[in-house]
Design a protein. Sequence first.
Length: 410
Amino acid sequence: MQQSFLQKQIQKNIFKQKLISNICLSICSLFTLNIANNVYCNFISPSPTSKQKNSFFKYADLVQLPAFLFLFYQSLKIRREDVDNTLTKSSLTKEVLNELRYFYDEDEKENDIYSSLTPKDIENLTKVIDFSGLPYLQQYEIIQSLILVAHLNPVVAKNLKSPLLPCQFKINQDMLMGGNISHGKKSIKKGLISIQNYLDITAITHELLHAKQIMDGAFLPQELDIYSHLMAEAHGRSLNLILSATDNTTGYFVKMRNPMGNWIKKILKIQKHYISQNNKCISEREKLGKAQERTMGILMKCLIEGNDDLREKIIQRYCYDQLNYIELEEMHLEVNCWRITYIKEDHEIKEEKLKNILPNLTYDLKLVPHLNDYYSNETGIPQQIESIKISSSQNSVLYDYLKAQKQKTK
């Protein structure tokens, strides 16, 4: 598959970081070896000529050696955090790998991006995400749940087969939220996925989607991060809602959050019909996967829209006016709860600051159309990060700026 502009930017950044860290490590290694050799020759095994030398430089090596050893250690530590240093084998124990059960549909195609996870897929996933710090039971419960959820949701299977940011996985019961992923912002480093409850497969799947978004370049903007982060979270929340509406037809238990209502199932049904009408030759599994992606795209557009009336127009346009009053109210309730959680007062302050500096943000502005293309391709629904409304009554500062620039070029 051809890499997008954002993915190419990520790979360029990783290459630069790797080159710089390798150069620093090499320089520190050479200087450390040289100084260590001087100390050895002058103090541990001195030659007859060196005994006659008691110069300042001779004793300065004793001071420099621990300093360069520290620098060497730090350079090595930084190099080990680079994202290209993935595990050489699965981070799961052999006992866990042997106990896992896999699920497949009869009409599944081999090597299809939407197909259920295979042992090879799990091996690849657990080389990138390090579960080795977890006990046997937690490893088993998490991976078995991921296999099941990916079987029931082709969109999850697709995400887990994609390039993910290498991360260490840990359980932190003291967290105030379901999950979190920490990663380098200005530099791309190995991440840390923290989950409050290892049985919360929705939170785990959500954070793994963020690990995909990072490697896809969704977090590249630095100054426009209030928009890129909200778009990524809207994408993640839409996945949560898809999982909440998934019926477990396998008979095996997996713990997910409580269903949020039938309105999501209705949207899925409508989108599945739309996909079936326009793609009659593809498999049922691929139809479901694409329908889930389109549903996520519709939900994203609703989540970033602050005006209730405009939000209803969006969802009814893609659902052909099939949602009733109760279903629309359920949608508004879900969206408003999400906006209260993720859109803070400081977002308005950040937007005010952006007004004066937007013309100078050449690199970030260049990324905007590529981010729009990324989310549009991921969901099958046209997306615009500038359409995010921090306020329910006003367009974003980014939207007004881009609109003004477009009018100037006419």
